[in-house]
Ligand binder design. Structure first.
Ligand code: S3P
Ligand code: PEP
Length: 428
């Protein structure tokens, strides 16, 4: 259980752990490249360790040297049939991207996950991967894990996913590495493009224009990959500092890929003072320091094209919206229902317990600003983003907020509690 108390200000200079999306992709793509992949800044969270375990299960040698993860790439054709079931744990990214790669392998693999992951929809990847030629079976008529995959003999295709999802786009592109002919993925609203950027950095024959990614016959060459800090982890501290007048926080080395920076745009629209400094670039991914000054924020309407650019940040945005002036409406965010928990219901239920005025909408929520957060016991639903969003609520609450089952935070931010201590004098 994590207990968080109110603080007056958020202050200091911090770093956040490596980007989760990029860490997964670094292990997966290095594993199917020729030569060595040297990964720095890797996220030491449960989800990314699952990706390492799955690739070890497929015969890839992966060495943990502390500051670096060394992957001895097997090339596109070098993976081996796993001797046992692969377990993606709580990680949707692991299961969905891995399935794309497995669709290209002639051997049989069974992939499972924890209670949460076995409830999340897998038909969104199974349907296109079957169209390309893979055999994929699963529970509930092939739509739920455990998934049984026998791949090989793939044909490229031109695919427009029915949902905005980087995981679906990535699964199809990774299968495309093994397909005859070109693979094209189109999307109306751009989702995170880390797969495209990393494939390009590793030498793939890939072109991306607005709304369309095309991949032709490719070979991948292992290289050094620098993982920037995760803006989705930084978001908890950005939001807390932005909403607390008098706060002053610098978060160093955070990934600034434009498909991920919706949180900066939203906080600015709410009235926050945010600056970017020390911009660098590596492997096609920008990073920099984010500097936040606390202000009184105002409510806004969040919808449309920005949603995929801040999908994982919505729980914490909802919390600070309760402290802003006026109403905040979030719509077009129905994807939140199929994350580690139903993040609309989880947030609305737990925010209400703490006295916040919030109502559930079919595709989002409506939050009345100016709440007094009371304090008390809340549930995490085993969902790391809910646990951390509730911790941020604790920083504003009259009495302590106690988050039950908070160990799930280790999925993406193992040092969360220490980082809270770093930016507060009496926060934990
Ligand atoms: O591709 C990725 O690394 C991710 C994509 C998003 O999921 P969807 O593709 O389901 O939107 C996001 O919510 C998840 O945390 C990570
Ligand atoms: C949705 C998330 O991750 P995944 O889909 O990989 O489980 C998340 O980290 O918020």
């Amino acid at each position: 259980m994590l207990k968080i108390n109110k603080v007056d200000k958020i202050k200091g200079r911090i770093r956040v752990p490596g980007d989760k999306s990029i860490s997964h992709r670094a292990v997966m793509l290095s594993g199917i490249s020729k030569g060595k992949g040297i990964i720095e800044g890797f996220l030491r969270g449960e989800d990314c360790y699952r990706t390492i375990a799955c690739f070890r299960g497929l015969g890839v040698e992966i060495e943990d040297r502390g500051s670096q993860i060394i992957v001895q790439g097997k090339g596109l054709q070098g993976l081996e049939e796993a001797k046992d079931v692969l377990d993606a744990g709580n990680s949707g990214t692991t299961m969905r991207l891995l399935s794309g790669i497995l669709a290209g392998q002639e051997f049989l693999t069974v992939v499972t996950g924890d209670d949460s992951l076995r409830k999340r929809p897998m038909d969104r990847i199974a349907v296109p991967l079957r169209k390309m030629g893979a055999m994929i079976e699963g529970r509930d008529r092939g739509s739920l894990a455990p998934l049984v995959i026998r791949g090989g003999g793939l044909q490229g295709m031109d695919y427009t996913p029915p949902v905005s999802s980087a995981q679906v786009k990535s699964a199809v592109l990774l299968a495309g590495l093994y397909a005859k002919g070109e693979t094209v993925v189109r999307e109306g609203v751009t989702t995170r493009d880390h797969t495209e950027r990393m494939l390009k950095a590793l030498g793939a024959n890939i072109t991306a224009e607005k709304g369309k990614v095309s991949l032709g016959k490719s070979q991948l060459e292992g290289t050094a990959i620098q993982v920037p800090g995760d803006i989705s982890s930084a978001a908890f501290f950005m939001a807390a500092a932005a909403a607390k007048p008098g706060s002053q926080l610098r978060i160093r080395g955070v990934g600034l890929n434009p498909t991920r920076t919706g949180i900066i745009d939203v906080l600015r629209e709410m009235g926050a003072a945010i600056e970017i400094d020390n911009i660098t670039e590596s492997g096609g991914e920008a990073a920099g320091d984010i500097i936040i000054q606390g202000k009184k924020l105002r409510g806004i309407h969040i919808t449309g094209e920005i949603i995929p650019r801040l999908i994982d940040e919505i729980p914490v945005i909802a919390v600070i919206a309760a402290m802003a002036e006026g109403k905040t409406t979030i719509t077009g965010a129905q994807e939140l229902k199929v994350k580690e928990s139903n993040r609309i219901t989880s947030m609305v239920t737990e925010m209400k317990k703490l006295g916040m005025k919030v109502e559930e909408l079919p595709d989002g929520m409506e939050i009345e600003g100016g709440s007094t957060i009371t304090g008390g016991r809340v549930k995490s639903y085993g969902d790391h983003r809910i646990a951390m969003a509730m911790a941020v609520a604790g920083l504003f609450a009259r009495d302590s907020v106690k988050i039950q089952n908070s160990a799930c935070i280790g999925v993406s931010f193992p040092d969360f509690e220490q980082t809270v201590k770093q930016v507060t004098s009496h926060g934990v």
